[in-house]
Design a protein around this ligand. Structure first.
Ligand code: SF4
Length: 486
């Protein structure tokens, strides 16, 4: 080792800001397929397509010989599985999970799918979202004898499910779902080769149904269906349970809320641009964010550029609407891995450029507009703006393709306290100054909602991280006003 360098192999949470990009992280990608001879391999590719939703751990569970076998590991999908693992996971029905933790620690025992055995039967579950009443339910279940193996809220569902089996299989699903509060999309696998998809009564997280030859597929996003060449059938409705078995697909509609709360931030940041979620293509929606941003907050400049990859599609829209040329003013190194040499304090400046390096000849002496999709802590943006100034960029205008994040998310996204959110601490003018910008503007909430094209967006989207109006109570202190307004 060279003096002044420290080699670090770390999990994602310990990476410095310039590598993590100071971005929020999602809480998981789900995939499931019923009765296909290549179930595990298709799950592998499905999870590969959903890797953007979770990079901490990955797992696949397969039904075989009236039992369930699984393989899980920490890291990215290709790090966790090799061909030998996939060959060993033979079986016709499988579910898979790519995880980023928002509850529970980032440790192997919390990797999903969770598998449990109960009265000669086995079940596996994978979860995307966050159960706001998990603590309460866990206390109740432990009081009546349940022993939890993990610190994950998702395990609560399985305990409820097996306790409710006295109501029969379908009854157990319905009764369990009725007890859960918060955001949840689940895929469940039984040792009888059934695959079940469940969406919460509000429909926070995406989950869709597809068909591949004679087999049915469930996936968090349509990009996973595309990769395995499955045909998109439809998204699950809020409160819907879909059961796939040897007879095909049947569904149960549990009581849905009187309104929907699709997570609007899926459009801005989480979902892959080639996916269609909540009935809208993500790429086109992001371009529309950029167009609206250009209408709401125009400014003269020589070029429009994103901090790649976030902001790229909105920057295209901003450029088209304003007529200002789009350029890739910063080049991303796509090969930055999870192992790196941490530069010493005196060498921090080049650390900033490890992931994104400005194109000097393009930017020097120019007035530029940067499009970013969100500012969470602000540290990365500040560092990058400073680097651009030092390069000789004349004016730096920042436009953000969503409203300011002023409130934490309690439904499965990892900004959980207001202290972490720079827009909750500073006014726009203060933030502009803090980030070293010539101007700063955000897309309005009205503009964001209008971009969805939904007639009554107030009753179709969660936007609590922008307006603090939480659609599902997460504690007793929550203002009832927000809930009653819905
Ligand atoms: S609070 Fe924000 S990030 Fe969380 S579910 Fe609602 S819109 Fe999505």
């Amino acid at each position: 080792m060279h003096e002044g360098f420290e080699t670090i192999m770390t999990d994602h949470q310990k990476l410095p800001d310039y590598l993590t990009e100071d971005q929020p992280r999602e809480a998981c990608g789900l995939f499931g397929i019923c009765r296909h001879p290549e179930a595990a391999k298709l799950n592998y590719f499905g999870l590969y397509a959903l890797q953007h939703r979770g990079q901490e751990s990955a797992g696949i569970a397969v039904a075989r010989d009236k039992s369930i076998i699984d393989h899980k590991g920490m890291g990215l999908v290709p790090d966790v599985f090799d061909m030998q693992h996939l060959e060993q996971l033979f079986g016709r029905s499988a579910i898979g999970h790519a995880r980023y933790s928002t509850t529970g620690s980032s440790i192997l025992s919390n990797a999903q799918p969770f598998v449990v055995h109960h009265r000669q039967k086995s079940y596996a579950v994978a979860h995307n979202g966050n159960l706001v009443n998990a603590h309460h339910l866990k206390n109740e279940l432990e009081t009546t004898g349940s022993i939890f193996q993990t610190t994950m809220d998702s395990e609560v569902f399985l305990h409820l499910f097996v306790k409710n089996l006295t109501h029969g299989f379908e009854g157990a699903l319905v009764e369990s779902v009725k007890r859960l509060q918060g955001a949840f999309s689940f895929v469940l696998l039984t040792c009888k080769e059934e695959v079940i998809g469940i969406k919460d009564p509000y429909g926070f997280r995406p989950l869709c149904l597809g068909k591949l030859n004679g087999s049915y597929v469930l996936a968090s996003e349509t990009c996973a269906l595309d990769l395995v060449q499955a045909e998109f059938i439809r998204e699950l409705d809020p409160g819907e349970i879909v059961i796939i078995d040897e007879n095909g697909v049947r569904n149960i509609q549990t009581p849905a809320a009187g309104f929907r709360t699709f997570c609007i931030f899926e459009f801005i940041y989480f979902a892959r641009p080639d996916s269609t979620i909540f009935g809208k293509n993500v790429y086109l929606t992001r371009k529309d964010h950029g167009r609206r941003l250009a209408q709401e907050s125009p400014v003269d400049a020589d070029l429009v550029m994103p901090f790649p990859d976030s902001g790229t599609y909105a920057a295209l829209g901003y450029s088209e609407e304003s007529g200002i040329p789009f350029e890739m003013g910063m080049i991303r190194n796509h090969y930055v891995g999870r192992t790196f040499i941490q530069p010493t304090q005196s060498m921090r400046d080049f650390g900033v450029r490890i992931k994104l390096n400005p194109v000097k000849e393009l930017l020097k002496g120019k007035d530029i507009i940067i499009i970013e999709d969100s500012i969470i802590r602000g540290t990365t943006v500040k560092t990058r703006v400073k680097a651009l100034r030092e390069l000789g960029v004349k004016r730096v205008h920042l436009r953000v393709s969503g409203p300011p994040h002023r409130f934490p998310c309690h439904y499965g996204i990892d900004f959980t306290t207001q202290d972490e959110l720079i827009a909750a601490q500073k006014t726009i003018a203060e933030l502009q100054d803090y980030l070293g910008l010539d101007s700063l503007a955000y897309l309005s909430l009205e503009g964001l909602l209008a971009s969805t094209g939904v007639a009554d967006p107030e009753h179709n989207f969660c936007k609590a991280c922008f307006d603090g109006c939480y659609p599902v109570a997460f504690d007793d202190n929550l203002s009832k006003d927000c809930l009653e307004k819905r």
